[in-house]
Each structure stands twice: as C-alpha cells, then as structure tokens.
Ligand binder design. Structure first.
Ligand code: SF4
Ligand code: SF4
Length: 465
C-alpha cells in the first residue's frame, strides 16, 4: 500500500485554497486570529487567509497572537538539544545537500562506535541531555544494524557529568520491520522531512538514490506509526518551493496522520536552505524565504497546530533566533556541528558539514543569551521516560495539563545545568531567573518546582515529574 500515490497530499486543493484567498482582508484576518486564541488549531482556509497578511499592523497582530498562544501553552521554556552526525555517506543525490553521493568536495566519514562514544562524551561534558542522531542514507558494511548499534552506544556512554537521556533520530525512511527495531532501540522522536511536498519540485531536486521516490518518503510516518513509533517529527526545507504551498501541504500531511492514527506529529521543523559545499542550489534557493516570511511561517504554524512543538536549528543566525522564539518556537539546537566528528575536532565550519551554520555559539553562550531574554532553557526528557508519548501526551497537552510538568521540569533541569556545567556569568543570570520564575508560579506547578529544585540543591540529578 505504501508505494501508492499519496492521496492525502492534494496539490490541486492547495492551489484552490490559495487561489480563493488571494487578497488580504482585515475583517476575515481578525476573525481567524480570534479563533486561533481558542487554541483548537486552524483549517487550511484559515492559514491561507493569514498567509496573505502584508500590512505591518496586521502582521504585528499575527505575531502578538502567536506569542499569546505560545506563552499560554509553552510558557517561557525552550528545550535544547544537539544534533549528532554519525555519517555523511549517502547514496542519494539531493541537489541542496553537501552529503549527496557525487559530491567529491567533502571528506566522507562514518564514525566508528568508539568515535561516536567520544563525540557523545564531549556533548555530555557540555551539559547536553538530548541528541538528534543524523546519518546520510548509506550504511556501508553493517547496514541498518549500524544505526541500532549507534543508538545503543549513545545511551551507553555515562561519565561523572551525566548521560544522554533521549536519542531522537533523523534517518532515511525504513520499512515497517525496521521501524519496529528502531522503536525497540529506545528512540524518542523519529524525524523525517519531506523537504518539499510539491511533486514536480521534488523530482527536480532529488536526482538519484532511493530518495527519488516521493511516495516512499511521504508514507514513511504511516509505516513508523504502524510499527508503534507514536512520537514523530515532520518538516519542510523552506526555499525549495513556494512556502505558501508547502505549509498547506504540510497541514494535509498532519491531518492525515491525525485522522489515521488519532495523533499528529510531536514536532515540526522549519529549516531554511543554507549554503552547502559544492551546491549551487543551496546558495541560490529557487524560492528564497525572507526573514519576515520566515517569522510568518512560524507564527502561522503556531496557531494552526498549537500543541505541536516547533524546532528551530542553528541554520538561523543568533539574531534571527532571538526574534523568532516569541512566535512559537519550543525547541532549539545549540552548539551544533553538522560534520561527523565535529564535536571532538572543533575546527569551525568544516566543509564536510551538511550545510553552513548561522549560529556558531557554544551551548553555554546560547543558554546565557536565552536566559537573559527571560526564557528557561530546558533539558527535560520526562515524557519519553515516563511513557507519556503519542495519544497519552496529547491527552495531557490539549487540556493544558502538560504545563504542570513542563514548567517544573524545565526549572529543575536548568538548575542541574547551572550546578554542573555553567560558567559563572551564566549561573548568575540563571539563578536569578529561576528565583523570579518560581516566585511568579502558583498552585501545583509551584509546589512541584520547589520540590524538584530542592532535590537538585541537595545533590540529586535527573529529577522530574
Ligand atoms: Fe543524503 Fe539526506 Fe543529504 Fe539527501 S539530504 S544527500 S538523503 S544526507
Ligand atoms: Fe517535553 Fe514532557 Fe518535558 Fe514537557 S514534560 S518538556 S512535554 S518531555
């Protein structure tokens, strides 16, 4: 069944909706923004109305509404993670990627398990608790077992500074049996981006390898969910095609997963095309997304699927990240390297990376910056470890009860970071922020926060609710 055309991505319908809402209309726009405050999500038609906003006044109303929804659901916390590239070997030919098979200008490397362990040590010593493991689509010698072994290696590394508590993965689509094995390896989120939902563009930019098959990729989350992986991440590579088309098609994919499995994706990623070694396409995106449109995309997605986390990577500059947090971002990467081995070998901007980074700052500097803006950096991994995933997670998230966990856990994990890893300047800002945040809390959330923080102060790590 999963090699059939994916009926749920209906391109004609996307164009029809966009065509029917070509002009900006203040009354309709305000109706949609008012509806968004109910936090029940938006239809594709609603999104098309918001896409047309260009007037600065309406734009600021859109951003204010997105900020209200973000603060209501997620509060001031920002979850942090690091990508871990274990291999840049790939049999595909994605024109925008430095890892594509025919690119001779990068050094190829699939890390050994010993090397992966050393990379993980570096990340643990920095204070990271969540890793997104990434690999190109070619696992020479060991096949898929390489992926399973690498996940086991990451979880196995423990030192006096701690351990990685959650491994999310971004790897090529698998068949259902392989997804079962992946689930058995104890992953958090399985993440895959369609890159572009526009079929013609998809075939123009994916010239070789298994990734040429649009349908195999777009059905992959069905196979993952059928295999029991109920925590999945989705995304678009913005810049390949018209962003207005992409976000409506993305919604069609989300609605299909919700209809079929009762729960949609846990996260949406919003990467923009960035230069990559020897890629003309990456340096000259066919549909460049301006900074203001990028912020619009984040704000519209925040309103369309309020309970789905939005992930922003270090592709974006520090300034762009600062300007976008308030619109709905709930997770960010920090201190990232996109070349395998890049954490142990610290040479900046290795050309063997997948793409160029916009934010080069180390984790502690990002944390200090985020905290000075009033956001609580969170290393929480509680839900995954307590089995609160998929439907169980949404049952807590939709009535808003998850906040009673996220807030206290963010504070205790931040406190743990300050105690074990932070530089003095970060400790100063962080402790003050924790004190102020707890003072503003009330009820169960405050009780839980105080209890967890006290345990960290008494010497315990890894406390959560
Ligand atoms: Fe390979 Fe992924 Fe790069 Fe495509 S985007 S060439 S599949 S690593
Ligand atoms: Fe994420 Fe759950 Fe922790 Fe909240 S409590 S930050 S949803 S893992």
């Amino acid at each position: 069944m999963y090699d059939k055309p994916a009926h749920f991505i209906d391109e004609n319908k996307v164009w029809e909706i966009l065509g029917a809402h070509k002009t900006s209309d203040y009354v309709k726009t305000r109706e949609v923004l008012a509806k968004a405050l109910d936090m029940k999500g938006l239809s594709q038609e609603d999104m098309a109305i918001l896409i047309n906003i260009s007037d600065p006044l309406m734009l600021s109303e859109l951003f204010d509404t997105a900020n209200k929804v973000k603060e209501t659901i997620y509060g001031k916390r920002l979850v942090l993670f690091a990508p871990l590239y274990i291999s840049n070997m790939c049999s595909n030919e994605c024109l925008y990627c430095a890892f594509r098979a025919t690119n001779k200008e990068i050094v190829r490397n699939a890390l050994s398990q010993e090397h992966i362990a050393r990379e993980v040590e570096v990340l643990i010593n920095q204070g990271h608790k969540r890793i997104l493991m990434v690999a190109g689509e070619s696992y020479p010698n060991q096949g898929f077992q390489y992926i399973l072994d690498s996940i086991a290696t990451i979880y196995r590394v423990k030192n006096r500074h701690g351990e990685i508590r959650r491994v999310n993965v971004n790897i090529a689509p698998l068949d259902t049996d392989e997804f079962r094995l992946l689930k058995g390896a104890g992953i958090g989120t399985y993440q895959i981006f369609q890159e572009t939902y526009h079929r013609e563009t998809y075939s123009k930019v994916h010239l070789g390898g298994k990734k040429r098959d649009y349908n195999w990729r777009v059905w992959s989350l069905h196979r993952a969910m059928e295999a029991g992986i109920d925590d999945v991440g989705i995304g678009v590579l913005f810049g390949l095609f018209d962003y207005r088309f992409e976000i409506l098609a993305l919604m069609q994919h989300i609605h299909e997963l919700e209809d079929k499995f009762g729960v949609g994706p846990h996260t949406i990623s919003v990467p923009r095309l960035e230069p990559a070694t020897n890629s003309n396409l990456a340096s000259h995106p066919p549909f460049p997304v301006s900074d203001i449109d990028f912020r619009k995309i984040v704000a519209i997605l925040r309103l369309a699927v309020p309970y789905t986390g939005i992930i922003m990577s270090t592709r974006e500059t520090a300034q762009m990240r600062r300007e976008t947090f308030a619109l709905g971002v709930s997770q960010i990467s920090a201190g990232s390297r996109t070349n395998p081995g890049g954490y142990e070998d610290e040479s900046e901007d290795d050309p063997s990376g997948q793409f160029s980074l916009g934010d080069h700052r180390p984790l502690d500097e990002v944390i200090r910056d985020v905290a000075s803006m009033g956001y609580i950096p969170s290393f929480c991994t509680a839900c995954y470890r307590l089995g609160r995933t998929g439907q169980d997670f949404m049952d807590l998230a939709k009535p808003g009860d998850i906040k009673l966990h996220c807030g206290p856990n963010a504070l205790s994990s931040f406190k743990e970071y300050l105690k074990n890893y932070a530089k003095p300047a970060t400790v100063k800002i962080g402790e003050e922020l924790i004190r102020k945040t707890v003072a503003e809390m009330s009820g169960i959330a405050r009780q839980r926060a105080e209890k967890l923080i006290k345990r960290v102060e008494e010497g315990r790590d890894d406390v959560y609710c």
